[in-house]
Write a protein that binds this ligand. Structure first.
Ligand code: BGC
Length: 846
């Protein structure tokens, strides 16, 4: 295969275009040319080194950097071509957002949703850094994470747990901390899946059982919704210096995510001034030339490849962006050869698994876990959210008879890695399923950890029943136990795997494994029943919250390998719970108002998912419609009590907001383009079957391209302006990575006092919310938070600030952020609905 477009690929483009023309459908406007890298922000040095490197390359060498060699043709889930002449080995791209996927002797970290539940940016950084170290030491160049898409529009979205929270500011803060952690370890982070990738059903063409001929869905959102909600965390990722961004499978306003000139060229590369490279999700590249001109820089896994009708400067820019990310994180200093192979656990095997060729040692079994288990245990316990406590917790350690109930307390009989990509829910749940996973090095179950604890205390009896069908035995033990710990879980994952009819997205918000029956049975016989939940997101628990015999409820999420230890730390009070829920717990699925689309709604065309709720997802929607949740966003109890007082707001004399202006430089061209005869396969070259090479088959370009449009005037199929390398306008909202730097200027400083008024040490999370005042603004929207540790009686002052972006709305007319004339109010408290402190913001309209 050469680097020209195949006929199959073109057919897909044509199909996509006809969808765009349908009048009643959302439309994604063109934006060309694709912005070239400038070295803005702190990218100058990396840019310079990348330009130097790329200037030495021939066209096939550049192409090698930009395209994958094909699925299962290298060690990693994605591998680019190499540049042997310069001893450059190519890139290894590896999942996942919670550890190194598909290899041994690695750690299984807590999921993104748990990291969010800590509300601790420092822990998010440490986790990112530890994961980055593990990837680096396995020889990975790009860690495919963290996740800000899905953001969590629907509570039952299959991959919500890979990311952080449906709140954009919160997710943005977690993204930034994680990215810095990963990249400080010398590995490129890849923020994914950009953008509006909010459900698994219909994420790819033909991806849903029974609807195999249906194109990928189109997520349709307006400009304000894009900016104020879904783009926000990606802006934080770009500002944090992320080296790479993965475009998503589905369509955005009826244009595919990896060929969408509006989201890639305009929003990401122009407005957010993203300097790194855009890689496709695996096989998400739906066309050839169109994707390159729309801003895609690297194609993965490489089985679809680039078309030749792309200006030289665009190919140069792709290669420069890729190499700049490499230098930015110090890959030239930290690089080691990849020492594992994703496609076998055996020490020896084929280098090219798909072609079954080149046998040799492929796995070196390098142990990269270091002491990360300690951090994992800490994040696990810090992420536990105490939802209800009638004084049952902490346990005293003097319980004479501890009962443990439920399959979710015990081990998977097949071992923790029994099912590929965790595609079963047997035993305790500590990770969802799909590509966002890693192999467990071990998994401490709750049963094991509680038994060990009770034995070490030497005080009592402990009995566990982990067969959810053993209901009568449960009744018998529950009626004698002094405390009954009952476990339930709910799993979700990526759509290429289905568990029990859940095609990635959850079918409902109930517990799995028959856990509701178990809880009912145990709580009917035990008046001190403590419920522990391992769920990928919210489940319906209103019955259990109201149940008099259920004396405490804990959400432990998807805590990773130290699950049981993290839980025991909280149950027995060695750790005082300080986690807060990163999402809302409604009483029924309809409360969220943003259902997953599970049936086509556009005939044989692309299903249309209109984001008509705008920015009102999760707590913003509950607040607007006065729906009382079981537990609100930001809620979580402690074993001590806190008081937050003395809110102080002071305006800062911030300079006026100046829209960026002026022109970029012209696109640089780095040369080395010779004649087509230099790009054909070298004489006598022996090809690995199905391997993607950068060379073409012959100097007959028409035949090599297979493109029926070859030779037609390029303006008949190239969008206007797409090949124009002359200086371009800088957008008013742009000008620097993350957007106009004025957006990040502080406009108000805010302080509040947090005091521990109880008897034991603990952590409190003061939360700052804003009401921007217009009728279509949320009642409150989170702006900042911190996790503060306090001894009994101790108080600390929390210092925070509001930036211009924090007090602005997106104005689709001027295409910039503006401070509206409406009076604005800030609130501080410890959940989205417990906001005792309030202050009007001194007005500051633009
Ligand atoms: C997923 C990505 C993942 C990639 C490589 C895709 O199916 O959507 O998140 O990084 O596969 O495994």
């Amino acid at each position: 295969m050469g680097f020209w477009c195949s006929e199959v690929v073109i057919a897909v483009v044509i199909a996509a275009l006809s969808t765009v023309n349908a009048q009643n459908l959302a439309y994604s406007p063109p934006f060309y040319p694709s912005p070239w890298m400038s070295g803005n922000g702190d990218w100058a040095e990396a840019h310079e080194k990348a330009v130097q490197f790329v200037s030495q390359l021939t066209l096939p060498e550049k192409v090698n950097l930009t395209s994958g060699v094909g699925w299962m043709q290298g060690n990693c889930v994605g591998n680019t071509g190499s540049i042997p002449r310069l001893n450059f080995p190519g890139f290894c791209m590896q999942d996942s957002p919670l550890g190194v996927r598909f290899t041994d002797y690695v750690s299984a970290f807590p999921a993104g949703v748990n990291t969010a539940a800590t509300w601790d940016k420092r822990l998010a950084y440490q986790r990112g850094n530890a994961m980055g170290n593990e990837h680096r030491n396995k020889g990975v160049d790009v860690q495919l994470g963290p996740v800000a898409g899905p953001l969590g529009r629907s509570p039952d979205g299959g991959r919500d747990w890979e990311g952080f929270s449906p709140d954009p500011v919160f997710t943005g803060a977690m993204m930034a901390a994680t990215i810095k952690g990963i990249q400080d370890a010398g590995v490129i982070a890849c923020a994914k899946h950009y953008i509006l990738n909010e459900q698994e059903y219909f994420r790819q063409p033909g991806s849903v059982t029974g609807y195999e001929n249906i194109p990928a869905e189109s997520s349709n959102a307006d400009d304000k919704t894009l900016h104020e909600l879904y783009l926000w965390p990606f802006a934080d990722a770009v500002r944090a210096g992320v080296g790479s961004i993965m475009c998503s499978y589905e369509q955005i306003n009826n244009s595919y995510g990896c060929s969408n000139a509006y989201t890639l060229n305009k929003l990401l590369k122009s407005e957010l001034d993203f300097q790194g490279f855009v890689t496709s999700d695996w096989w998400a590249q739906q066309s050839g030339v169109g994707t390159a001109l729309a801003g895609l820089d690297m194609t993965m896994a490489g089985d679809t490849v680039l078309n030749g009708t792309v200006p030289e400067w665009r190919i140069d820019d792709m290669a420069v962006r890729i190499m700049a990310a490499y230098y930015k994180v110090g890959r030239d200093r930290y690089w080691i050869p990849t020492n594992f192979n994703s496609w076998t656990n055996s020490t020896f095997g084929p280098q090219h698994a798909l072609a079954n060729m080149s046998y040799g040692q492929v796995n070196y079994h390098v142990n990269v876990q270091a002491n990360h288990g300690e951090l994992i245990r800490q994040i696990g316990s810090s992420s536990i959210v105490l939802l209800k406590n009638n004084g049952a917790l902490p346990l005293t350690g003097h319980e004479v008879f501890t009962g443990i109930f439920g399959e979710d307390a015990g081990a998977n009989p097949g071992g923790p890695n029994a099912c590929a990509d965790r595609s079963c829910d047997n035993g305790t749940l500590a990770m969802g399923w799909g590509s966002g996973t890693a192999q467990f090095p071990y998994l401490i179950t709750p049963e094991e950890a509680i038994q060990t604890k009770v034995q070490s205390l030497g005080t009592g009896t402990v009995q566990a029943i982990t067969d959810n069908n053993a209901l009568s035995q449960m009744a018998e033990v529950a009626s004698r136990a002094s405390v009954c710990l009952v476990f339930g879980n709910a799993d979700s994952g990526e759509g290429y795997l289905t568990i029990d009819g859940n095609e990635g997205d959850r079918k409902n918000l109930t517990l799995w494994q028959g856990a509701d029956q178990v809880i009912e049975q145990v709580s009917a016989h035990c008046n001190n029943t403590i419920l522990v939940l391992h769920t990928a997101g919210p489940v319906i628990v209103s019955d259990w919250d109201n149940h008099p015999n259920i004396t405490a409820i804990l959400w432990a999420g998807l805590p990773g390998q130290e699950s049981g230890n993290s839980l025991v730390d909280v149950l027995y009070g060695d750790v005082n719970p300080g986690g807060k829920s990163p999402f809302t717990w409604g009483k029924k699925l309809e409360d969220w108002g943003t259902p997953i689309l599970t049936k086509p709604n556009n005939g044989a065309g692309a299903p249309q998912i209109d984001y008509s709720e705008g920015i009102f997802i999760d707590y913003r929607k509950f607040d607007r419609d006065n729906i009382t949740p079981t537990y609100e966003f930001g809620f979580g109890l402690s074993y001590t009590t806190f008081e937050i007082s003395d809110l102080c707001v002071e305006p800062i004399n911030a300079p006026p907001y100046v829209p960026s202006n002026g022109m970029t430089k012209a696109a640089p061209s780095l040369g080395n383009y010779t004649s087509p005869s230099d790009y054909v396969f070298p004489d006598g070259f022996s090809r690995i079957p199905e391997y993607v090479y950068p060379w073409i088959n012959s100097t007959d370009l028409k035949a090599s391209s297979g493109d029926p449009r070859y030779g037609l005037p390029s303006n008949s199929y190239i969008p206007p302006g797409a090949t124009d390398g002359s200086p371009q306008l800088i957008l008013g909202a742009g000008g620097a990575p993350g957007g106009n730097p004025g957006l990040y200027e502080e406009m108000y400083t805010i302080t509040a006092t947090v005091k521990n008024t109880g008897e034991v040490a603990g952590d409190e999370v003061p939360q700052l919310y804003i009401c921007l005042g217009a009728p279509d603004d949320p009642k409150v929207a989170l702006r900042d938070f911190d996790r503060i540790s306090l001894e009994p009686g101790e108080e600390k002052i929390w210092n925070t600030a509001l930036t211009r972006r924090d007090v602005s709305n997106w104005d689709p007319v001027t295409q910039n952020w503006v401070i509206s004339k409406y009076p604005k109010t800030v609130y501080v408290g410890n959940s989205s609905r417990k906001l005792p402190l309030k202050a009007e913001l001194p007005l500051y309209a633009d």
